[in-house]
Design a protein around this ligand. Sequence first.
Ligand SMILES: O=C(O)CCC(=O)C(=O)O
Ligand SMILES: [Fe+2]
Length: 297
Amino acid sequence: MTTTTAVQGPPLNLPIAQLTDSAVDFAAPDGWEQALRLGAFLLPVPADLDAEPGLRLCRNFYLDPDGGPDDRYRGHRTREHAASKLGYEDRPDQVEQLQIESIHWDKYFPEDVIGLLQRMRELTLSALNSCLAASGVPERDWDTVTGGARQETGWCYTTVNHYRAGLSRDHGIVEHTDSGFITVIYADQQGYEILDGERWRPVEVPPRHFVVNLGDAAEVLTAHLPRAAGAVIHRVPPRPAPVANGDRSSFTVYMGPRMDMMLYQYGTDGVLGEYQGFRDYSVEKSKKLGYEFHSRI
Ligand SMILES: O=C(O)CCC(=O)C(=O)O
Ligand SMILES: [Fe+2]
């Protein structure tokens, strides 16, 4: 990822998808083409889905309990999260993160957060299946390549992000691609930017919309298919204090291969083959980008 020459560009309007039954689709005929090329699109939050519990977690997880009503959301900076291979991380950026696998949500989160994340998980799976279909991955291969996302045997986790405005760091979150197939993001304010060619373009996210990212596993899988999916390079720039809106909050649901799995790729002949172990791929990536690989994986 060499973006030293990248300049700030104009805002980018991502294609807006819609969710019907358990599929994601676009009204515009070139919607999928655009979304797969950019590796990102927007998805309206279903009318009956309340995102507040997620934001409440973002605004509390790093604080110590104080006997108040938010205690159920607090105390995660110091907690061990022994069941999780992820947990709390103070990154070198403005962001501090809590990452918990879906199989452990019931151990660490209040009920309203679990309910919200489970709905997001269903929606993420629908979006993943629709992306696989749109890029021409035959349905018979979905379970193999995802490790059984439909059977909940793939790897799914939430990332809870607290961007500490005013903390003197170079980035809100440094430029990166997500490693898995897909990430669905909800944020309480703007700040998400996409590298489009040589330009960093702020994405204008309308109220009550998710940003959906496609990641490395999707890019590797579809690289030689006629409708290849790109892994979107994205970042959040730092924000100085004091800012009118205070700290930025976002939370995501991620789906990717398990660390003990292979990444797969279709050859130019259309035949599915093994590409590289996902753990080896992830370790190599973290070395290239100069960050620590998760110590418990
Ligand atoms: O906060 C955002 O908008 C992006 C978060 C992100 O890129 C991530 O958690 O991987
Ligand atoms: Fe990301």
